[in-house]
Design a protein around this ligand. Structure first.
Ligand code: GLC
Length: 600
């Protein structure tokens, strides 16, 4: 038998296909200048840490010029670094050093809306209705409170903001009269762009080129399912919740049939339809795909190794797969997996559905458990129901069992890192950080908290500045700064102290060392480019998840009784607290634990 020319273990796909990407939320990662806010200098200083951790790439949440009404997802200038985070030169230096260390760099692109402090929006406000300046956004006259009265006192339609309250704000015209309304699916300070407008399309293409020219390796595309709105902006009575949950409108599954591998016009059919409501007129409109085909062409001008990853809260999985057809984006976040929670059946279903949908279009799957919009998985998994998805946790809500949550989070991460495809980690999860669940209301900054009058606690609890050194002020958030640093922009809980990076470095059994070991194992065994086969002992209905990937057998026990380790296997890595020396003696996987097994 002749040998294959490429060994089975050699990665043959583009770098992102199996990349582990570490998400940096710049405000909270590391503070290089001691002002209490993370910055690009801080990122530069910590690149050795990330290299040592063993990730392949970093994704930076927005660091662009912004009034920070939504943590930077309200961009006032797409080509400038906000002074809070440094300057363009700091970005270039960081990028260069990351590349020197073999780390790819992905930046966030926020194309659905700008800040209301963007030059374009300012120009729109001082221009009259019907002007080209207004046409870059979605301005409409109001409806009359009393039909025919001409008062325009009612919003143009009934859409609600994802962050709470109305999705429309009325402006005052230059002559002081009450004027048109503009659409903002998010905060009032985040006006939606009009993607029917050619200038908007040209500008965003140029923004892509600006960052590609600087050398970035890819883009994480914010609200990738939101840019195109249904013609006529019809009323809609569904409840679109994004970020902390997808549409609450029940949807029917897509019709059977393989998802298409590349685009043809006849193939954008299966918009899931609810028996109760029509699909949302502002999310997942078929028109968004033309934008991604256009961007795909722009990226191709830079060779074949630049990528885009979609943040698209879209269901079912087949619908999400449309975003990663061959001529569109390269990846999409897999929120089904994130939302499955600590539950073997739900997780197995999410894995199956995601792999099938991604394979149908020839795209790699992605896996993620935490990000800057969700309660950290170490905390969610410590709640009475570890499949719940709270919109933040406050002091008077149920508090998690942190030890239990952490044990499960470590196990879930081992599952994530052993699945074929690409994995996204959120800063601090490698330290086992919990959500800050007792932040005082006065410290909160997330607009969702204010727009819902506190009904939604919001996302601040997962955005707390990282602890780098237990004995320093702010747990070393500004560790590399020589001087007395300002307090971190959000207060850190006392439990961050023992979890600081310097406490875990080199400590057997620490979460940091577990992540390092799991990443090393994953890379050495090429698990990211492998494939999944459910094992004979797989029994999700009794809480056991078991699968093979290459020569590794992964067992994760989400049930209520220990699970035997199959004959002929021994433990190569365990998420549990027992020392390495004892793994040899393990015959069972305890509950809330995962192991990587190899043949004896
Ligand atoms: C995305 C971001 C989130 C932001 C929203 C509006 O969901 O992840 O943080 O608030 O878009 O830009």
């Amino acid at each position: 038998m002749s040998k294959p020319s490429v060994p089975a273990s050699a990665p043959t796909r583009e770098w992102w296909a199996d990349a582990v990407v570490y998400q940096i939320y710049p405000r909270s990662f590391a503070d290089g200048n001691g002002d209490g806010m993370g910055d690009l200098r801080g990122v530069l200083d910590r690149l050795p840490y990330l290299e040592r951790l063993g990730v392949d790439a970093i994704w930076l949440s927005p660091f662009y010029k912004s009034p920070q009404a939504d943590g930077g997802y309200d961009v006032a200038d797409y080509r400038q670094v906000d002074p809070l985070f440094g300057a363009l030169e700091d970005f270039d230096a960081m990028l260069q050093e990351a590349h020197r260390r073999g780390l790819k760099v992905i930046v966030d692109l926020v194309p659905n809306h700008t800040s209301d402090e963007h030059d374009w929006f300012r120009a729109a406000l001082s221009a009259p209705p019907g002007s080209p300046e207004r046409d870059r956004y979605i301005f409409r006259p109001g409806q009359d409170e009393v039909p025919g009265s001409g008062d325009g006192n009612r919003a143009p339609n009934n859409w609600k903001s994802i962050f709470g309250g109305a999705a429309w704000t009325r402006v005052t015209e230059a002559d002081g009269s009450a004027g048109e309304w503009y659409l903002h699916l998010f905060d009032t300070k985040q006006p939606d762009l009009n993607w029917e407008n050619q200038e908007v399309r040209d500008e965003m293409r140029s923004v892509l080129r600006f960052w590609l020219d600087r050398g970035v390796d890819g883009f994480r595309v914010d609200v990738a399912h939101g840019m195109v709105k249904e013609q006529g902006l019809p009323d809609w009575d569904g409840v679109a919740a994004m970020v902390e949950g997808t549409s609450e409108v029940p949807r029917e599954p897509a019709p059977p049939g393989d998802a298409p591998g590349a685009h043809t016009d006849a193939e954008e059919p299966h918009r899931a339809v609810s028996p109760v409501y029509p699909p949302s007129p502002f999310f997942d409109q078929d028109g968004v795909h033309e934008i991604y085909r256009d961007w795909h062409r722009v990226l191709s001008e830079y060779g074949s190794d630049r990528m885009m990853v979609a943040e698209a809260w879209v269901e079912p999985a087949e619908r999400l797969a449309l975003y990663v057809r061959q001529d569109e984006m390269q990846q999409a976040f897999n929120f089904d997996f994130l939302m499955a929670g600590w539950d073997a059946e739900r997780m197995a279903e999410a894995v199956d559905a995601s792999l099938k949908a991604a394979e149908g279009v020839g795209a790699p799957c992605t896996w993620v458990l935490s990000n800057h919009d969700t309660v950290r998985h170490s905390t969610r998994f410590g709640l009475t129901d570890p499949t719940t998805f709270p919109k933040g946790i406050a002091g008077d809500d149920e508090q998690p069992d942190t030890a239990l949550g952490l044990a499960r989070a470590r196990a879930a991460t081992m599952v994530e890192l052993a699945l074929p495809g690409s994995a996204y980690l959120y800063q601090g999860e490698e330290l086992g950080l919990p959500e800050h669940t007792t932040l005082p209301a006065g410290a909160r900054q997330d607009p969702t908290f204010f727009r819902t009058q506190g009904a939604e606690t919001g996302r601040d609890g997962c955005r707390v500045p990282l602890p780098w050194a237990a004995d320093k002020p702010g747990y070393g958030f500004a560790d590399s700064f020589q001087g007395e640093p300002a307090a971190p922009w959000l207060p850190q809980p006392a439990e961050f102290g023992p979890l600081a990076a310097d406490q875990q470095d080199g400590e057997e059994g620490s979460t940091l060392e577990l992540y390092r070991a799991a990443l090393t194992f994953r890379s050495a065994r090429h698990l990211g480019t492998g494939s999944l086969a459910w094992a004979e002992v797989n029994a999700p209905d009794s809480g056991l998840l078991a699968f093979h990937n290459r020569d590794v057998l992964v067992l994760a026990n989400m049930g209520f009784a220990s699970a035997p380790i199959p004959e002929g296997y021994s433990v190569a890595l365990s998420s549990g607290p027992e020392p390495v020396a004892e793994w040899e003696l393990m015959h069972e996987v305890p509950v809330d634990c995962a192991v990587y097994l190899v043949r004896n």
